[in-house]
Design a protein around this ligand. Structure first.
Ligand SMILES: Cc1cc2nc3c(=O)[nH]c(=O)nc-3n(C[C@H](O)[C@H](O)[C@H](O)COP(=O)(O)OP(=O)(O)OC[C@H]3O[C@@H](n4cnc5c(N)ncnc54)[C@H](O)[C@@H]3O)c2cc1C
Length: 430
């Protein structure tokens, strides 16, 4: 994994927040978790509860003190990766091959606890674990699983997952990157965009159109392959620590043994997307929990008109609306995990979870931003950072709209992805 040596000097938030608000607890001390009003924790088994606590403690101790500095500079804190590995969450629900074999609920709650403190870290793990590793586990050969999963589970190597292209985002099944059969392997040509972790990932799981069959196949491409180039996308307003890349493939050779045998068409990606959308459902939940915790502390610390902000009825109503959203989101996320565990979950269920929690979280973080007044637009006070981080989550792994349409297709039997003016509504493969 290529690491960044320019991290020296990063670590302190750019602003001394005591100048902005002298009574404030320093933002590096993340507030206690106070959003579990309906005691959701009671629904978890002992293992899941312990994992939740472990991830929470890790994020508060290791990530909270440094994250604003890295976020502002749009750099990834590579030194955190070995400590992250010790949490034993990479690989999530995958069993064997050195992976933790967690319950989906445990895995989801761990992701939410990461997002509560820092959404970029949770996205780093989501892409590595719930997209790339899961694709290898579900669609890879026995040899590929044995070869790649153990070091990915220990985070000794990092993976990314490359589906989106500059011209094909929501319409990903129309992708144009090609895979042409040659002696002993395949040549990949084309472009990918937005690929998280891709500027430093050791392996890239790449989807390309087989020029013989016109179907989508999957490939494991190694970093450093000739003809492969990844450039960081700059100037993002959210998830700034995540290194998203534009990737160019110019006749990149992939040996036969690195073609994923389980991906024979675009439909096969839905096996992975259904599970990863369960996980993404939990990121807005975690972000909302963190914003609530920050607001809860802030409103008690800051005074106006001679009273803490928490004493004003309007502010209290906003806090309660945020809290109510969080209770409902937790229960939706939990039920989704249970449907998955009992084999009853459909793609529409997963899409509704992702769409709905991201919608409710948007309301929750915007109330939080408002509650902090002017400080609500400073990354240093953390709510603005969380507010911005939610935006890309609203749009990735299927936008709010696309996930709504996946659920709508399931409940009406009518696909409406293509406008009527393009002729008969086709069954989209999203
Ligand atoms: C931070 C970040 C990280 C990402 N990481 C990855 C990654 O690791 N790997 C990867 O492969 N991709 C990744 N993506 C890509 C992501 O999945 C796409 O951005 C997403 O699918 C939306 O595609 P688009 O941005 O091209 O938007 P578009 O498809 O251009 O959509 C623009 C707007 O039009 C709406 N729209 C489009 N089609 C329809 C329709 N049929 N009906 C109604 N409305 C419609 C959308 O909802 C949206 O509001 C990432 C994106 C971001 C921002």
């Amino acid at each position: 994994m290529a690491t960044d040596s320019s991290n020296r000097g990063i670590g302190l938030p750019p602003l001394d927040i005591s100048a902005a608000f002298p009574q404030a607890t320093p933002a590096s001390i993340f507030p206690p978790s106070v959003s579990d009003y309906y005691q959701f924790d009671d629904l978890l088994n002992d293992e899941e509860k312990a994992l939740r606590k472990k991830v929470q403690a890790f994020m508060e101790k290791e990530v909270a003190p440094i994250m604003t500095g890295y976020w502002e500079k749009a750099e990834f804190p590579f030194h955190v990766i070995p400590k992250l590995a010790e949490l034993g969450i990479a690989g999530g629900t995958v069993k064997g091959y050195g992976c933790p074999g967690l319950s989906i609920t445990g895995s989801a709650v761990a992701l939410a606890e990461m997002a509560r403190v820092d959404a970029s870290c949770s996205t780093f793990i989501l892409v590595h674990s719930s997209l790339a590793m899961l694709t290898i586990a579900l669609c890879g050969s026995e040899e590929q699983k044995q070869k790649y999963l153990p070091s990915l589970a220990k985070l000794q190597t990092v993976a990314c997952w490359a589906l989106t292209e500059p011209d094909y985002g929501s319409d990903a099944s129309s992708l144009r990157t090609t895979a042409t059969k040659v002696s002993g392997g395949w040549l990949i040509d084309g472009q990918k965009r937005w690929i998280g972790n891709s500027t430093f990932a050791d392996i890239l799981v790449v989807f390309a159109r087989n020029t013989n069959t016109n179907q989508i196949n999957g490939f494991i491409v190694k970093n450093g392959s000739a003809g492969l180039e990844a450039t960081k996308i700059e100037n993002k307003i959210g998830l700034r620590m995540v290194q998203n890349g534009d990737i160019l493939f110019n006749r990149v050779f992939v040996p036969d043994e690195d073609m994923l045998p389980g991906i024979k068409s675009f439909q096969d990606t839905s096996k992975v997307l259904a599970v990863s959308r369960v996980m993404v459902t939990w990121q807005p939940i975690g972000i909302s929990m963190g914003v609530f915790d920050i607001c809860h502390r802030y409103l008690k610390e800051r005074k106006q008109f001679g009273a803490p902000l928490a004493a004003f009825q309007l502010n209290q109503e906003k806090l309660v609306r945020m809290l109510g959203n969080i209770q409902a989101m937790l229960l939706v996320g939990w039920r989704l995990c249970k449907l998955y565990e009992s084999g009853k979950m459909t793609p529409g269920h997963a899409s509704l979870g992702k769409a709905w929690t991201s919608l409710k979280a948007r309301e929750t973080v915007s109330l939080g931003r408002e509650l902090l007044g002017g400080n609500g637009i400073l990354a240093d006070f953390l709510v603005a950072k969380a507010f911005c981080d939610l935006e890309p989550i609203y749009s990735y792994e299927g936008t709010y709209d696309i996930n709504s349409l996946v659920t709508a297709r399931e409940i009406t039997g009518i696909a409406s992805f293509k406008p009527a003016m393009l002729g008969k509504s086709t069954r989209s493969r999203l």
